[in-house]
Design a protein around this ligand. Structure first.
Ligand code: NAG
Length: 338
């Protein structure tokens, strides 16, 4: 009898366990993906942002040079910093914009790799669930878009962060825009869970290079300037966890800034199509290493001890490049300019 009771109790516990585990919790861990490195242990990839305009505004020209540089560096994957489809994201999973702005533009052989993509504020103006839908992979197998996730590439770990929900004005002053906040509410809980998960994942990371990617700027002299909400809430976590680079789009330019507070390099790759000529802050230039107000993209070549970063214009020319160095298994780094 006692035995039977014990038996039932165990089953009850198992059921209870399943009940809790099976509940969709807002604090589920960030989804992780494994990205293999090359045979020699290195990694190379391209970064493009603010691009989907049906090939217009030099999007096609930028894509062609990405193809060429991608071939040269034999890139392993492509990162998109968001604002993937202008003006208002995707309407649904059959929206022809997906093919017109992605599949039919990035046609080069070297770009037929995995694309890791976050959402930008313009994507949030459309049907976010459509853009996140795995069904898009049936149309183009390269597409991987999630809100926040981690790519483990052995020597480097890439942390993709959904930055749009941080920005107050999209909630308080949306103007005539409508944002698709399904899955984001309640907002403060969404944000604090995300920051908590990021903090834990960064702390646990043993990769040589920690790279955080989001759509919005942290440090920039471009049109949008810094994103106050990210400076307040995200930056302290990056600084406390020896993050090497924060890569974003949002400002339609190419830009490199450093900081006196940390070794973090702030890199903007938002030149995927329409660029904003002449629209930047002439005065506030602390830490500015490079600014280009035309179109282009960024490339990274990474080994365990060196990360070489270059910015390319629409002719493929390298406009600015620099390397970060690291002792094997040490977190301290240094910068050298070319
Ligand atoms: C395309 O790029 C060229 C070279 O940078 C530039 O002169 C031209 O204005 C660009 N066109 C558009 C539509 O942005």
């Amino acid at each position: 009898m006692a035995n039977l009771f014990h038996h039932c109790f165990v089953i009850y516990l198992i059921l209870l366990d399943c009940f809790y585990l099976c509940l969709p919790t807002a604090s589920a861990e960030l989804q992780r993906f494994k990205q293999p490195v090359k045979e020699d242990g290195s990694l190379s990839f391209l970064v493009i942002g603010d691009w989907g305009r049906n090939g217009y505004y030099n999007q096609t020209e930028v894509a062609a040079q990405m193809g060429r540089i991608g071939e040269e560096l034999s890139t392993d994957f492509v990162v998109s910093t968001g604002d993937n489809f202008y003006e208002d994201g995707l309407r649904n999973i059959r929206d022809p914009t997906f093919k017109r702005s992605f599949t039919k533009v990035y046609t080069a052989k070297s770009l037929q790799k995995q694309w890791y993509t976050v959402l930008g504020n313009h994507d949030y103006r459309g049907n976010v669930r459509a853009q996140l839908s795995p069904t898009l992979r049936n149309i183009d197998g390269r597409w991987l878009c999630l809100r926040s996730f981690i790519v483990n590439a052995e020597i480097a770990e890439l942390f993709f962060i959904d930055t749009t929900p941080f920005v107050d004005k999209y909630f308080s002053k949306p103007k005539h825009h409508r944002y698709d906040w399904r899955g984001v509410m309640p907002r403060q809980q969404y944000l604090s869970n995300l920051l908590k998960e990021l903090q834990t994942a960064l702390q646990d990371s043993i990769a040589s290079w920690k790279i955080v990617i989001g759509h919005h700027t942290i440090k920039s002299i471009g049109h949008h300037g810094e994103t106050t909400e990210l400076v307040q809430r995200l930056l302290p976590i990056l600084e406390a966890n020896n993050v090497d680079m924060y890569i974003n789009g949002h400002d339609h330019c190419l830009e490199h800034m450093s900081s006196i507070n940390s070794l973090i390099q702030f890199l903007t790759s938002g030149g995927g199509s329409k660029a904003w000529k002449g629209d930047f802050d002439q005065l506030n230039r602390d830490g500015l290493k490079f600014y280009y107000d035309g179109q282009g993209f960024m490339s990274l070549q990474v080994t365990e001890t060196e990360a070489k970063i270059a910015f390319h214009d629409i002719s493929g020319h390298s406009l600015h490049s620099f390397s970060l160095f690291k002792q094997p298994n040490l977190h301290a780094g240094s910068t050298s300019e070319e």
